[in-house]
Design a protein around this ligand. Sequence first.
Ligand code: ADP
Ligand code: MG
Length: 320
Amino acid sequence: MKEFDIIAQYFKPRSHVRRDVQLGIGDDCAIVNVPQNQSLAVTTDTLVSGVHFPENTPPRAIAHKAVAVNLSDLAAMGAEPAWISLSLAMPNVDEQWLDEFSLGMQELTEYYSVQLIGGDTVKGPLSITLTAQGFVPKDQALTRAKAKPGDWLYVTGTLGDAGLGLDMLQGKMDVPPKHRNFVANRLNYPTPRVLVGTMLRRIASSCIDISDGLIADLRHIMQASNCGAILQVDKLPLSEAMRDSVAGEQALRYALTAGDDYELLFSVSEEQKGNLDLAMTTASVSVTCIGQLNGVQGKLELRDGKERYAFEGQGYQHFS
Ligand code: ADP
Ligand code: MG
């Protein structure tokens, strides 16, 4: 099977169709139209087999994750996803793999009305590079850099589940049978918080998606915004699966340092708190206040209630 046939059979017919795409897959470039008064948000992520997912990960999960992590980056900027491009390297043409992979892509792209507009297909060790593009009204993009001392810190959903899922699948952790599906799905089928991201546009002062772990990603906001922070570990949202599977201290370690949750971490000024509460009544995802930024540049203090919480640990570092 040649590159052209792979695209014609698996990718082109399974792509959602949008009206703002003048020319999709098939020519040298795609031609797309950005709406007036909107900026284009662009992001790329690569998933390498054996590094970003275990080699035996189902192709549907790999596709889901590749799309989800890119849409999560758009969500973190308050952007509404529109188009993706796929660069696929694979060691050989495995039609069943391609079938399941492309169906996985189709599921998520249909759900979010995203069109696959092009890509590249090459032979090589299995790796998936995806570029996603989306719209955000001019000057409304959420960044890491505009948080202020005094702003409150929030996260969506629950923390640490994907890390627990990875350890479970690798045989390092026991999870009660009734929670096994949940934590495996949190790892393999993360939910990009697209709607929440767009709702935060005029409300949040900064936003980031948690891909490397809460502490590591909070530090990115602190650094970009020249702030310090106090994090209340007693407030961290933990799933029932997490609470039933591991003891308190280890649950906190997952919540603080495990990557791959793709929840949003964002800051909200005191004045915007009411608007946040109002906006979140219509969102289907929970948000939890977990701490506050301050002016002590670069210092992150963890607290359990009023006590200091001693913790040595970092988020996932790609090159260490
Ligand atoms: P070129 O050689 O001009 O780069 P290709 O033969 O690589 O063209 O690709 C032909 C068309 O198929 C292009 O429109 C390209 O964007 C698209 N394409 C190639 N691979 C993929 C893929 N994995 N997913 C989606 N579109 C793809
Ligand atoms: Mg090509």
